[in-house]
Design a protein around this ligand. Structure first.
Ligand SMILES: [Zn+2]
Length: 309
């Protein structure tokens, strides 16, 4: 049995996966608000309660909105500030009397889709979660590539490649990370909304802009063209370094069906290849990718419990 846990800012979800990836049990609770120790205790209780219900033990993997620093062993880059500066993997391992693995939630998304989702059967999978932000992760040969600084794949805070015109050079949006003109600050959902509002004075949601473009609204078509072009330029830099077999899209923006026809030819144009576009596909597991990927952090041939396989 494998347990995957998705530790979010507002909820903690546990999913028990059987040997063939079948879902055995799923449960969700609110994330304790006040302090770190309560979060550790809540996860411990969630695992033990699930084991009691199912009558067996399991391996534990946890997806977090951040990463464990290889240098310090402490959580960093988490938007849930209660976790920052704590050795969450060590504390959970001690609380649960077994080794607990922790990975960034975008890496878990990539792993979930690479294992038995839209990236199954491919060697190099690049997963992008595009929604309120831009997160991403890399899987090679069915394993997460974390990187020396635990930020492999996280190119959302790299600058937009090949910026052009006054808008993209002088008026690049400020990003919360402190820099200006990050890919995320151009290509996230809120960025699309605010860029359209800045251009037209009208405030529309992402689905409204997409739908209006589909119906032929000139301003919305122009905004979406700019969006696809920037996203494609950004993805082309990934292709130039990683050359993934497939790119799997997740997050709210993955519901824009036009992405899958609009992006590949543009990416091919900007990347150094003429052998056909990189495959870009929609995720299979949707919001479940965090918990599923966390469960898959333990592979079949690994036994964290020291039990016979
Ligand atoms: Zn940034």
């Amino acid at each position: 049995m494998r347990f995957g846990i998705d530790l979010g800012g507002t909820k903690i979800e546990i999913l028990a996966l059987g040997d063939r990836g079948e879902e055995r049990l799923r449960h969700r609770i609110s994330t304790p608000r006040d302090n770190y120790d309560d979060i550790v205790r809540a996860i411990r209780d969630l695992v033990y309660d699930t084991e009691a219900k199912l009558g067996c033990r399991g391996s534990v993997g946890v997806a977090i909105p951040g990463a464990i620093s290889r240098k310090t062993g402490l959580v960093k880059n988490a938007n849930s500030t209660r976790l920052i500066g704590h050795p969450l993997d060590k504390d959970l391992s001690a609380a649960l009397h077994r080794e607990v693995r922790i990975e960034n939630d975008a890496n878990c998304f990539a792993l979930s889709e690479a294992t038995d989702g839209a990236g199954a059967g491919y060697d190099i999978v690049f997963g992008i979660i595009a929604g309120t932000g831009i997160g991403s992760g890399i899987c090679v040969g069915g394993r997460v590539l974390s990187g020396a600084h635990s930020i492999a794949g996280e190119w959302g805070h790299n600058p937009l490649p090949a910026p052009r015109g006054r808008q993209e050079i002088d008026e690049a949006p400020r990003c919360y990370c402190g820099r200006q003109g990050c890919i995320e600050s151009w290509c996230s959902g809120p960025s699309l909304v605010s860029l359209y509002e800045k251009r037209t004075g009208n405030k529309l949601s992402v689905p409204e802009i997409v739908e209006a473009a589909r119906r032929g609204d000139a301003a919305c078509i122009a905004e979406m063209e700019a969006f696809y072009d920037r996203f494609a330029r950004s993805i082309a830099t990934v292709v130039g370094i990683l050359d993934p077999d497939v790119i799997v899209m997740g997050g709210g923006l993955s519901n824009i069906e036009a992405l899958y026809t609009e992006l590949p030819p543009r990416v091919e144009r900007y990347a150094f290849t003429s052998e056909g576009p990189t495959k870009i596909v929609k995720n299979v597991h949707g919001d479940s990718s965090g918990v599923r990927g966390a469960a898959w952090l333990w592979r079949e041939d690994e036994s964290p419990l020291g039990l016979p396989k």
